[in-house]
Design a binder for this molecule. Structure first.
Ligand code: SER
Length: 342
């Protein structure tokens, strides 16, 4: 039982969770962290949290148990089925991604009502919320703004887009109560992430995974067949900048936020450009292309880049790493160290 203001992180054993737990435990060591995930936390994360609950966001008894034991005032709702995985079981994806998010928003509302303060709620959306109708239009569109091309072609993208609306509802229109009264107790803040690349972890079930897979395979001496064409282009970001963006958004005064959902970008290389950089670092890497038409179609529907001026203006989004430095200063040195001697 902890009546200290606490943090709840769902999906904590995933890639963002791993990086977030490590940063949160340093920046705010007195705030207990509770996690909820189907999978056990990796040991390096487990030692940093107060309680790691093993289970599903679809299990109301687990959420009620956390509600009774903790005074949660920050929720990071990271649990989701990613885009490729969701196309194998769309109805399950809807359950996890939409019903799961609704459960967490209800949880936050109840927490806020019980302790009388708004609960800050972070939600990671994705470039998958966009759907560009053709490669020609993708080429012409360039940097896409938040409210353009919101016609996703995947179950995951549709789930993310709808949950953005749910978050806005709980935050600004809950039961149609005036927003200034904060009777709606959820302070929902959302980033649409580009593809993320971490030196520490390898993703699973995503469609932007070709970039991290390419570099982790090269570093560990495995051959890699990239599942998209060399000219394929979407935005990417190094994981430390993604976590930094979460902190900046969550720290911003609410009055500074003109939106509930923000694009963020850092660099937007083609698959061929990524392969060239990886090859330069690992000259023995065996890399080829074997296009998976379905996954190619998904990435082709995502923007080549995003307009993130609202994030820069409202809360100072400022990624540290561009394309060259993300690889040269973060990914390649850290990944080399990680696989050294393996
Ligand atoms: N990176 C995720 C995926 O590929 C998109 O949010 O599914």
């Amino acid at each position: 039982m902890s009546r200290k203001p606490s943090v709840l992180i769902t999906g904590a054993s995933g890639e963002i969770g791993h990086a977030l737990i490590s940063r949160l435990s340093h920046s705010d060591p007195d705030r207990p962290i509770v996690t909820l995930d189907l999978n056990p936390l990796p040991p390096e994360s487990a030692k940093l949290v107060k309680q790691a609950v093993n289970g599903s966001i679809l299990d109301p008894a687990l959420l009620d148990g956390i509600l009774a034991q903790y005074e949660v005032d920050h929720v990071y709702h990271l649990a989701a089925l990613l885009s490729t995985r969701s196309e194998f079981s769309p109805a399950l994806a809807h359950k996890v991604n939409v019903e799961g998010t609704l459960n967490l928003l209800e949880f936050a509302q109840k927490q806020g009502e019980s302790h009388g303060r708004p609960v800050a709620f972070f939600y990671p959306s994705s470039i998958a919320a966009f759907g560009l109708p053709s490669l020609d239009i993708k080429g012409q569109a360039g940097q896409v703004k938040e409210d353009d091309y919101n016609v996703p072609t995947t179950m995951y993208g549709a789930n993310k887009l709808y949950c953005e609306h749910l978050g806005r509802y709980y935050s600004r229109h809950y039961k149609q109560l005036a927003v200034e009264t904060m009777s709606g107790k959820v302070d929902f803040r959302c980033i649409r992430f580009p593809g993320l690349i971490s030196a520490e972890t390898v993703p699973s079930g995503g469609t932007s995974d070709y970039a991290p897979e390419m570099i982790h395979a090269a570093a560990s001496g495995q051959p890699y067949a990239c599942f998209v064409r060399p000219d394929t282009r979407i935005p990417f970001m190094a994981m430390p900048d993604a976590v930094d963006a979460i902190f900046r958004l969550m720290d911003a005064p609410r009055a500074r936020l003109s939106r509930t959902v923000y694009n963020i970008g850092a660099f937007a290389p083609s698959a061929a450009e990524i392969a060239t950089v990886v090859h330069a670092a690992f000259p023995k890497a065996e890399m080829s292309t074997k296009v998976d038409e379905k996954r190619q179609g998904i990435v082709d529907s995502w923007p080549a880049d995003v307009d993130d001026s609202a994030a820069r203006n409202d809360w100072g989004h400022a990624p540290q790493y561009g394309f060259a430095s993300a690889f040269g200063e973060y990914l390649i040195p850290s990944i080399k160290k990680r696989y050294a001697g393996a």
